[in-house]
Ligand binder design. Sequence first.
Ligand SMILES: NC(=O)c1ccc[n+]([C@@H]2O[C@H](COP(=O)([O-])OP(=O)(O)OC[C@H]3O[C@@H](n4cnc5c(N)ncnc54)[C@H](O)[C@@H]3O)[C@@H](O)[C@H]2O)c1
Length: 239
Amino acid sequence: MPPDFSVAGKHVLITGGTGGIGGAFARAFQEAGATVIVADLKAPAPGTLPDAIRFEPLDVCSDEAVEALAARVERLDVLIHCAGRLVRWEEYKPTVFMSILDVHLVGNLRLANAFRGHLKATRGCLINIASMYSYFGAAHVPAYSAAKTAIVSLTKSLAIGFAEDHIRVNAIAPGWIKTEISRGGREDPTFNSKVVARLPNGEWAEPEELAGTALFLASAASNLINGVTIPVDGGYVAS
Ligand SMILES: NC(=O)c1ccc[n+]([C@@H]2O[C@H](COP(=O)([O-])OP(=O)(O)OC[C@H]3O[C@@H](n4cnc5c(N)ncnc54)[C@H](O)[C@@H]3O)[C@@H](O)[C@H]2O)c1
């Protein structure tokens, strides 16, 4: 039998699913035959997502909202935690620091806990979103960097912790992707020129360029991959 790369028929929930990367994942899974729910603070902009994709309003920082969403979702094979934010140069304030950890890191755990039963029932998988800042620090976003480094560790811990339920847990570490969250960096000439100089191909990427890895991690073809973080970065961390 050839490896099975299909995600057709799978049920997929994407937090941050109306954002740049989450939206690209949603479209890719839907086009590949999956049933997709996007959950986000903000509704999809008109025309950005196919009508077949269900939108659920969600604040990933709310235990109650996450639990309520879990109660509304019947079946789940794939959970992707893509919600995220950063606040350039403001994250040294403890309250801001905590709020960033809450979205990325605690939110990740909150979603994993709430949907563990769903994923156990389908022998499903969780895909977390790390970052280039999982590998090095960031003076302008110290909380974001701390959260993204911790997501690598949380991915390993959940992979081990949820293994008894046959749930795989992996992460994608995107490189430099043209979305709203990275706009501040792209529009800062000093920052942007440093990024581009280190990128082997010299270019920021489109969110769609990450989707193949997400589909692969959600498919049976990757059944032996568990607890890893895969850089999808055009060679940035290698250079
Ligand atoms: N763009 C990049 O270069 C890049 C690089 C590495 C990692 N990432 C990560 O990819 C993920 C997706 O980011 P993106 O690039 O698509 O940015 P984006 O700003 O386009 O999307 C982020 C989405 O998260 C949503 N969100 C924020 N707080 C939320 C909350 N409390 N509850 C629910 N939804 C919330 C936003 O409304 C938005 O739709 C994030 O985890 C981000 O850190 C992005």
